[in-house]
Ligand binder design. Structure first.
Ligand SMILES: [Zn+2]
Length: 262
């Protein structure tokens, strides 16, 4: 089974309660004869574009909890228009299980919008939250223009450290994944790639593009290799892609040298 189908299977295996968060208003993936049939690409798009955070205006809560050793996905993919005509914001045709009709929310706000009297949270309000939240996430990727090479490199180094830490803690080679290959670590790694590595890589690319004059020629060459790697990595997160260039160690070496220089 490839990584993608395992991800989806875990999403729907919610009877044990572990993934109930993902199917939110459903029980065991089914309610009143309706099945959640959200495609993997829609799940990933929703998670990636919202950076894994609740889209309710003013909330921004991260949709994974790390309070225990066993991280838990708490985010809920709520329907903007309910599948059932009688459900929240329902229409005679019923809403679809697509990215366009879903919004990522924390459990508190999913309950708030679905339990409120009809008309309190109309379709337009939810779509407006989602649009604004995604725009804010996108804006956060934009790098400042730095005044010195060292200042830029220090910021790049921080982002690379965050990526490396996530890789070591949750990645396929992490001790948790090695010890128990059937644990939830696979799902956690799939979402961490979308809410840590992909956003950080975009920040790094923006930093390189907006501060290209601070690189020397060998450094810029290494930075361009990183951009190729990061773009392939992101594509591969959404859709399995062959031949993604590996993380270029030479880029890490350049950044280490830039931060160490007087
Ligand atoms: Zn929330």
């Amino acid at each position: 089974m490839d990584a993608g189908s395992r991800f989806l299977q875990q999403m729907t295996m919610s009877r044990d309660g572990w993934f109930l968060g993902w199917v939110g208003c459903q029980t065991g993936g089914q309610t009143g004869g309706l099945f959640m049939s959200i495609k993997e690409k829609d799940i990933k798009k929703l998670w990636g574009l919202s950076a894994g955070r609740c889209s309710r205006s003013g909330c921004d809560e991260l949709c994974i909890r790390f309070l225990t050793d066993d991280p838990t996905v708490i985010g809920e993919m709520a329907h903007v228009i309910a599948q059932s005509p009688q459900g929240p914001r329902g229409t005679p045709e019923g809403g679809e299980d697509t990215y366009e009709n879903l919004i990522l929310l924390c459990p508190t706000h999913h309950k708030e919008i679905d339990k409120a009297p009809a008309g309190t949270f109309p379709v337009e309000t939810l779509l407006d939250w989602k649009k604004r939240h995604e725009a804010e996430v996108n804006e956060a990727f934009r790098s400042p223009v730095y005044s010195s090479r060292r200042e830029m490199a220090t910021q790049l180094k921080r982002l690379l450290i965050e990526n490396e830490t996530a890789w070591k803690t949750y990645g396929p080679d992490s001790s948790a994944a090695q010890l128990n290959p059937l644990s939830n670590m696979h799902l956690i790694w799939t979402v961490r790639k979308l809410d840590i590595l992909v956003p950080n890589n975009r920040r790094i690319i923006s930093t390189i593009q907006r501060n290209s004059s601070l690189f020397d020629v060998p450094g810029y060459r290494a930075a361009c290799l990183f951009v190729e790697h990061a773009e392939g990595f992101e594509t591969n997160c959404y859709e399995r892609t062959e031949g993604v260039p590996k993380f270029p160690k030479v880029f890490q070496e350049v950044i280490d040298a830039y931060t160490a220089a007087e």
